[in-house]
Ligand binder design. Structure first.
Ligand code: IMP
Ligand code: MG
Length: 178
């Protein structure tokens, strides 16, 4: 695929748009008649959350959490800290966690457990990108946009040290930028 000054495009904006539509249609079917609450994990989820939520043709609610695990490194620290929690009840709601990417799985496995204690009706995961080779804990997303190899990627919400989130495509970052 095409190369630009930040790296090699591995998922184009057109592919993202198409796949987000498909995920939205699937979620619309699966959550018909349920009390859907999308919980986005900031900051990575922003672009995916806004696009995906508008492709779901149902009455739904949105909320956000902020967790930190990475810092300015490309490897997970394994430590998950809740920086901003939900300030609402999720009891009886069908919670769908919205993530940009699952790598080690530590963040989502921790969050799923943490939120399960608050008696939601159900709790599932949608991730735009999955890096299955990076897994350190056994967790699967219920909806996956794309599988990618074990490379550090940026764009469409994904950052390196908080930069590059606003790129329209998903790219493998150029080594000289790290
Ligand atoms: P996990 O706990 O290892 O699954 O990490 C999930 C978080 O790590 C994501 O929300 C991202 O913020 C970050 N992350 C993992 N891999 C990448 C990557 O390739 N690019 C950018 N961020 C990543
Ligand atoms: Mg991040």
């Amino acid at each position: 695929m095409s190369e630009n000054k930040y790296g090699e495009v591995i998922i184009s904006r057109e592919q993202i748009q198409q796949r987000v539509r498909e995920l939205g249609a699937q979620i619309t079917k699966d959550y018909e008649g349920k009390k859907l609450l999308l919980v986005g994990i900031l900051n990575g989820c922003v672009y995916f959350m806004t696009d995906l939520s508008r492709e779901i043709d149902l009455m739904l609610q949105i909320d956000f959490m902020v967790v930190s695990s990475y810092g300015a490194s490309t490897k997970t620290s394994g430590v998950v800290k809740i920086v901003k929690d939900l300030n609402r009840s999720i009891e009886g709601y069908d919670v769908l966690l919205v993530e940009d990417i699952i790598d080690s799985g530590l963040t989502l496995s921790y969050l799923k457990e943490y939120l399960s204690a608050r008696n939601p009706n159900s709790i599932k995961i949608v991730t735009l990108i999955d890096k299955p080779e990076g897994r350190k804990i056994d967790i699967k997303a219920d909806y996956v946009g794309f599988n990618v190899p074990n490379e550090f990627i940026i764009g469409y919400g994904l950052d390196y040290a908080e930069n590059y989130r606003n790129l329209k495509d998903v790219l493998i970052i150029k080594p000289e930028l790290i």
